[in-house]
Design a protein around this ligand. Structure first.
Ligand SMILES: NC(=O)c1ccc[n+]([C@@H]2O[C@H](COP(=O)([O-])OP(=O)(O)OC[C@H]3O[C@@H](n4cnc5c(N)ncnc54)[C@H](OP(=O)(O)O)[C@@H]3O)[C@@H](O)[C@H]2O)c1
Length: 271
C-alpha cells in the first residue's frame, strides 16, 4: 500500500516542490494550503488531495487530517512547512504582527502536531518533519522575531523526540539555508515605522545583501529531496541542514565562540 504524506503550505516554494516529489515517488499526497480553490496543477495529479488548511485556523487542522484519512486511509509523514518571515527592526513591530508570526510559524507546528499524534500513537508509527531554517540555530540582523519562532520550533522538536521515540514516532528538522522561493517577496512582511530613523543606515546596508542571498539560493527542489530523505531513511537522525551555506555556517557555529561567529555574520551582512 502506498504511504501518505501531509504537507502544510503546499501552494508554493518548498511545500509545492515537496508535494511534487513525493507524488512522483508514488506516495499519496495531501497537499494542504490556505486556498485550494486556486490550485490548478497539483489538483490534476493522481494520488494528490488538495485540502484546505490554514495553520492559524485551528478548526481547519483536524478537518484536513480527517479528510486525508478518509481519502487515503493513512497518514505516515507530516511535513510542517507553512511559514513566513516578519522582518525589520524589532522596535517597529506591533504585538499583532508578533502574534501572527508565532501563530503561523510556531503554533501552526504545535497544533498540527497535536492533531496528528493520537493517530500516530495508535498506529505506533509516523514521522513529523518540521521545516525550520539554518536561522533556527544561528541569527541574522533584522530577523529577530522570525528567529524567535524558528529557534522555538527547534527546541520544541528536539525535546519532543525524547518523548515520542519510545512510542515509535520520529521527529525531524529540515534546516534550509537561502532558497529561491516567494519567501523573499510575497511571504516577507516588512516592519516599518518611518519615525524610527535610527535604524535606517543599518537597514540600507543589510537588506540588499540579505535579498541577494535569496536570489542566489538553492532551489526548492533541493529542499524537497532532503525532506524525502528524512521521510524515508528509517533513521532517528534529528537534523538535516540543506545547501552549502547552511552546511558551512552551521559548521562554523559549532566550532567558533559566539563573538567570532557573530563577527562573521556582522561583516557579511553590513558590508
Ligand atoms: N526560502 C528560504 O530561504 C527559506 C529558508 C529557510 C527556511 N524556510 C522556510 O521554508 C518554509 C516554506 O517557505 P518557502 O521558502 O517555500 O516560501 P513560500 O514559497 O513563500 O511558501 C510559504 C508557504 O507557506 C504558506 N503559508 C503561510 N501562512 C500560512 C498559513 N497561515 N497557513 C497555511 N499555509 C501558510 C504559504 O501559503 P499561501 O500561498 O497561502 O501564502 C506558502 O504556501 C517556511 O517555513 C520558511 O520559513 C525558507
Amino acid at each position: 500500500m502506498s504511504k501518505t504524506v501531509l504537507i502544510t503550505g503546499a501552494s508554493s516554494g518548498i511545500g509545492r516542490a515537496t508535494a511534487l516529489l513525493f507524488q512522483k515517488q508514488g506516495w499519496n499526497v495531501a497537499a494542504t494550503m490556505r486556498s485550494p480553490e486556486k490550485e490548478t496543477e497539483l489538483s490534476k495529479l493522481p494520488n494528490v488531495l488538495c485540502a484546505r488548511l490554514d495553520v492559524t485556523n485551528l478548526s481547519s487542522i483536524p478537518k484536513a487530517i480527517d479528510d486525508t484519512l478518509a481519502h487515503f486511509k493513512s497518514v505516515d509523514v507530516v511535513v510542517n512547512n507553512a511559514g513566513y518571515a516578519l522582518i525589520g527592526p524589532f522596535e517597529a513591530s506591533t504585538p499583532e504582527q508578533i502574534e501572527r508570526q508565532f501563530a503561523t510559524n510556531l503554533f501552526g507546528v504545535t497544533e498540527v502536531t497535536r492533531a496528528i499524534l493520537p493517530y500516530f500513537r495508535e498506529t505506533k508509527n509516523g514521522t513529523i518533519i518540521n521545516v525550520t531554517s539554518m536561522g533556527g540555530r544561528i541569527t541574522f540582523p533584522f530577523y529577530s522575531l522570525y528567529h524567535a519562532t524558528k529557534w522555538a520550533v527547534e527546541g520544541f522538536s528536539e525535546s519532543l523526540l525524547f518523548e515520542l521515540k519510545p512510542l515509535g514516532i520520529r521527529v525531524k528538522l529540515v534546516e534550509p539555508g537561502p532558497i529561491r522561493t516567494d519567501f523573499y517577496s510575497r511571504s516577507m512582511v516588512i516592519m516599518n515605522k518611518p519615525e524610527l530613523e535610527a535604524y535606517d543606515e543599518l537597514i540600507t546596508r543589510a537588506m540588499p545583501n540579505m535579498q541577494e542571498s535569496g536570489v542566489k539560493g538553492a532551489s526548492p527542489e533541493a529542499v524537497a529531496k532532503v525532506i524525502y530523505r528524512a521521510a524515508t531513511d528509517n533513521s532517528w537522525r534529528l537534523r538535516y541542514p540543506v545547501g552549502s551555506t547552511a552546511g558551512l555556517l552551521l559548521f562554523l557555529r559549532r566550532i567558533l565562540p559566539d563573538r567570532a561567529f557573530n563577527g562573521i555574520i556582522r561583516r557579511a551582512v553590513f558590508r
